[in-house]
Design a protein around this ligand. Structure first.
Ligand code: COA
Ligand code: AMP
Length: 640
């Protein structure tokens, strides 16, 4: 099929408002917008100002009303527990109504914040949609974060209530959530007085009298009382959720998502980018705690009337590297979306891809990868093994959907390995030098998006408008700074090469080295430190901490290194995957005292590097090289 991408992109360019007005027709509005885009509102304008709508209505009610009530909305498949459950649109609506009633009974109203701290169980989806139904703003916190990270989020968004589960399940390990929750509530300044706890049979927990309520009991009671909760009319510009993502300090950024623009963009993406029809099965193998989970496990597939898969497992080890193929064949998945690291994990276990032969993948059409750079080796292995197109696409928590991709629904463009292809309508992507001037094709620079950002992207940060302006809009006036560096080739294909800040990508998870440095530096024996991301053959990058110990310390440095590793796990959580801490005598610095992290990373990765002209003492770099060579050999080979 000839791709209509170029024509559609030009259509958007010539009439952006007409383009999005047309896309908005796929959404049911309670009241239409006064204007498609109001440039006077917010930091760079607001989409669908004056419109009223409800995201839960568009995800559930309208499908139930229009012939999809018996269609599976969610298929929960949990190889880690052995559980499987299919929930139809009608059943999901009923569960959402019941929980929405519980929330209302607990005094939750439009605009209140609710934190959801849950693993990959259907109740997490129910909780998100119940919030959307009554206009409460949810903030889902990933289960791999520890108590302190949860406390930071509690203090920032000041939730009236927390919905949590008693535990999550990692291979070979039960993650008890309740102690983490209790510790976070104790640590936070904002006091949470009500929680609803889903008791999982794998590990039940004690409930605090008067504060903690049993999820099943509360929902059963609401059902017995005939729960029926209408959808709250929301302004299109009202927040649907806040999702925290790594910033450059220990204080995460609360990315705000609105209701109207979000629905329009996601619905459009299902057709145009993913090429999936209503009624088909869509699987995002991620976690509801990440943006991919928000957009493509929950909202987009349901807005589109698809069946979404909720997979509680890992690509390998639950029970083997064939588990993805089993899910695809068993549930008739048309499109899978995951991070390249998942495929690197599968490839490591089953290099010849032999396990594919055990399953019928005839209905499977496309694999989508995002979250980190997709290395050509992994893409080609997936193409060979699965015999379907493998599509890399680039986006961020901030945008909530694709900035650049290869739009399968519009007809795929030729693939260029190493490139997530071309900008989507809505995004005028440009590459600028540090002074803000456009650079020629194939020249590395700062990737920016000309304002306004399209529908679905963040309008601001929660309670931090100035931080939003400073972090994203100030450096290149008139543009959104993606903080990714890269280039565009002569055919308009984008290549994303590196972050321009201290964010690293570990197993597709976005982490801040600055936040890790704050934790390392808090160890009483550490005087100074630098955390960098070094290449890792499975996870893409892995954090490594270089520590300078206080001068009077006489203890064995190895002991301190171990303590620092444990401290990061305890403060940030296991997801930080912080396993390498190395005590060194000195850190390489410029004469003005700036740590040369970029050079350290090149040395640690064994890449060629240039002696920085401004270095204070070149001999330090040899010490860093020797220290890096002492790290575990298994992690050393590059993923690139
Ligand atoms: N709750 C509690 N702990 C969690 C967790 C969760 N939800 N998710 C991960 N962790 C823990 C892991 O158990 C691991 O702990 P360990 O140090 O005791 O081994 C640690 O956090 C690091 O996790 P991770 O970096 O994910 O490594 P892993 O070895 O467990 O798994 C992959 C590696 C590649 C299999 C896994 O990261 C994966 O499937 N990634 C692809 C999909 C994805 O998550 N994409 C994200 C956005 S699209
Ligand atoms: P997150 O907010 O967790 O989605 O992480 C966003 C960051 O991940 C981006 O700014 C990029 O640095 C990186 N990223 C995401 N997708 C891709 C991709 N397809 N190619 C290269 N980098 C990517």
């Amino acid at each position: 099929m000839q791709s209509s991408y170029h024509a559609i992109y030009e259509r958007w360019r010539s009439d952006p408002l007409g383009f999005w007005a047309e896309a908005a027709e796929a959404i049911d509005w309670m009241k239409p917008a006064d204007t498609v885009f109001d440039p006077a509102q917010g930091a760079y304008g607001r989409w669908f100002a004056g419109a009223q709508c409800n995201t839960c209505y568009n995800c559930l009610d309208r499908h139930v009303e229009r012939g999809r009530k018996g269609q599976p909305a969610v298929i929960y498949d949990s190889p880690i527990t052995g559980a499987k459950r299919t929930i139809t649109y009608e059943e999901l609506l009923s569960e959402v109504q019941a929980l929405a009633q519980v929330l209302k009974d607990k005094g939750i109203a439009k605009g209140d914040r609710i934190i959801i701290y849950m693993p990959m169980v259907p109740e997490a989806v129910v909780a998100m949609l119940a919030c959307a139904r009554i206009g409460a703003i949810h903030s889902v916190v990933f289960g791999g974060f520890a108590a302190h990270e949860l406390a930071t989020r509690i203090d920032d968004c000041a939730p009236k209530l927390i919905i949590a589960a008693s535990c999550g399940l990692e291979p070979g390990r039960i993650v008890a959530y309740k102690p983490l929750l209790d510790r976070a509530i104790a640590e936070s300044r904002h006091k949470v007085t009500t929680t609803i706890i889903l008791q999982r049979e794998q590990h039940r927990c004690d409930l605090v009298e008067g504060r903690d309520f049993d999820y099943a009991d509360a929902v059963a009671e609401a059902r017995a009382n005939g729960a029926s909760v209408a959808c709250e009319p929301m302004a299109a510009t009202d927040p649907l959720y806040v999702l925290y993502t790594s910033g450059t300090t220990g204080q995460p950024k609360g990315v705000v998502r609105d209701n109207g623009g979000h629905m329009v963009a996601l619905k459009w993406s299902m057709d145009a980018i993913y090429g999936v029809e209503p009624g088909e099965v869509f699987w995002a193998a991620s976690d509801v705690g990440w943006v991919v989970g928000h957009s493509y496990i929950v909202y987009a597939p349901l807005l589109h009337g698809c069946t979404t898969i909720l997979f509680e497992g890992k690509p390998v080890g639950t029970p083997d590297a064939g588990t993805f193929w089993r899910v695809i064949s068993e549930h008739g998945v048309a499109a899978l979306f995951t991070a390249p690291t998942a495929f690197r994990a599968i490839k490591k276990e089953d290099p010849a891809g032999k396990l594919v032969a055990d399953y019928d993948l005839a209905g499977f059409r496309t694999l989508f990868l995002a979250g980190e750079r997709a290395d050509p080796d992994t893409i080609q292995w997936a193409e060979r093994t699965l015999q379907v197109p493998v599509i890399d696409h680039w986006w961020q928590t901030e945008t909530g959907w694709t900035i650049a991709g290869n739009p399968v629904g519009l007809g795929a463009l030729p693939v260029k390995y190493g490139s997530p292809a071309v900008p989507m309508p809505g995004y005028d992507v440009q590459v600028l030098d540090d002074a803000g001037h456009g650079v020629p094709a194939n020249t590395l620079g700062n990737i920016v998006v000309k304002l306004p950002l399209p529908p679905g992207c963040l309008p601001t940060l929660w309670n931090a408008e100035q931080r939003f302006r400073d972090a994203y809009l100030a450096e290149f006036p008139g543009y959104y700074k993606t903080a990714d560096a890269g280039f565009v080739d002569e055919e308009g294909y984008l290549f994303i090469m590196a972050r321009t800040d201290d964010i690293i990508n570990v197993a597709g998870h976005r982490l801040s080295t600055g936040a890790m440095e704050e934790v390392c530096a808090s160890h009483p024996d550490v005087a100074e430190c630098a955390v960098i991301g070094i290449s890792d053959k499975l996870k893409g990058q892995a954090p490594a901490g270089f520590l300078i110990l206080n001068s009077g310390v006489s203890r064995d440095p190895a002991e301190i290194e171990k303590e620092v590793v444990a401290l990061v796990r305890e403060q940030i959580g296991p997801v930080a995957a912080f396993k390498i801490a190395i005590a060194v005598q000195r850190l390489p610095k410029t004469r003005s005292g700036k740590i040369l992290r970029g050079t350290m990373q090149k040395i640690a990765d064994g890449e060629t590097w240039k002696m920085p002209a401004t270095i204070d003492d070149p001999a330090v770099l040899e010490e860093i090289g020797a220290a890096s060579a002492s790290r575990p050999p298994d992690s050393r080979r590059s993923a690139r």
